[in-house]
Ligand binder design. Sequence first.
Ligand code: BES
Ligand code: MN
Ligand code: ZN
Length: 500
Amino acid sequence: MKLKIEKGDPLKLKTPCLVLGVQEGKLKEPLLQQLDKIFAGVLARSFRSKEFSGEKGQTLLLHGRQGLSAERVLLVGLGKERSLTLSCLRQTASHAAKQLAEKQVSSFLLDLAQVKLKKSSLAERAQAVAEGVLLADYRYARYLPESKPGQAVALDKVGLLINSEESLKDAEKGLADARGIAAGVCFARDLVNAPGNLKSPEYLAMESVRMAERAGISCRLLRGEQLKKQGFGAMLGVAQGSVREPYLIVLEYFGGTEDTRPVALVGKGVVFDAGGISLKPAEKMDEMKMDMAGAAAVLGTMLAAAELKLPVNLVAVVPAVENMPSGTAIRPGDILTSLSGKTIEVLNTDAEGRLILADALTYVGRYQPRVVIDLATLTGAVIIALGNHAAAVLGNHDGLIRQLLKAGERSGEKLWQLPLWDEYAAQIKSDFADIKNIGGRAAGTITAAAFLQKFADDYVWAHLDIAGMAWEEKGRPGQAKGGTGFGVRALIEYLRGEAK
Ligand code: BES
Ligand code: MN
Ligand code: ZN
């Protein structure tokens, strides 16, 4: 898709469709008045009948008339001025792009970025609109024919309109940022959508190497013997049921000054979670190919950070394994010795994420990170707590959590804090080892985080449980069915704040 900034009079620009953002009740805007005249009062009438009054989510498609260079006009409702946010702008752009693509209109001009939005810059608005379009255009088509009749078309040419007084440079900056971020999100989505037969731990490792080459960052792989020699006992315990070899993927991006300690990102990379000997039920087991969405988000963030040339130092660590039942799999009751030296009693082999993360969290300590953030599809319990609307954030440092909550809000990737009081640790005390890997039904998301905390107490740390956010079941504007790439946008927003 070609996406670029354009200047000019919206009524005089030639385009298959002019997309116009309309705020609720604001028919008096000069441009709308002009359009109403061209369309002989249609706008005023639809405003009066409330058919289209600029309410959020409403649209009205009109076909060309004399006095208008565009072949069509798509009016999209933005809602009330005071409740307008960058997220609304992004969603509206996605909504318009999806609607037009479904009508086989692949080129259009968006007049959205110049809408009035308090405390926002043109660069931010252009970024939001461009992101909305880029993310709406995504689909995972590796196993599909080029195009099927009736299916939404891939977008071809999209212009973002700004007015003549506005700075082209600012808008270009927003557009470039959106491109980098969307590249990261779409990379993550591709990884999550890849089916289990394709997606071995080795595949994840090779895709990381390829991405690192493309982004100009470094990538190191540790596997089999090296992991054994170094003592990754918890990670190897999970991996031993699968014929596929585990990998530890380590990426480094140094965009900051030499003397700043890095921010470390850790992502759960279970390429398929059958549950192991504590086998999962058959229903929806297919979705467990998404159990590496934390890894995907971390990898996507590395790509985006490099594309945006963020002035920060970053390390990413991804333990990649497959959790399968077999004659060589770990059993309930087995005791593993983790990289930290702590012993873990495995009472349920389906609580495998925390096992591989334990070793990854220990390993990342070698970098003396300033901050560690892990992302994981860790518990079904988080879906009971928050549904599919927010990820849980927990950690050992309130300042970090506050920054993440803010980044979540600004990026539109919602986070919600759960407590991590000492009391919860009692649930994961073991009779036979330092710790056990399940804490009972109560507060499942919190006891999982309490488990991780035992391996993350040397540094400032936060954990995001993204199990409810990694996979979209129905499909929405800007979000095709399947992998969401959740986390990339929030992390980039957080890192931008850090870079300041
Ligand atoms: N990968 C799952 C968690 C999950 C569930 C992710 C649903 C996405 C959607 C994780 O490994 C798991 O199986 N967790 C168990 C833990 C339990 C055995 C303590 C769970 O949540 O049931
Ligand atoms: Mn599991
Ligand atoms: Zn899992």
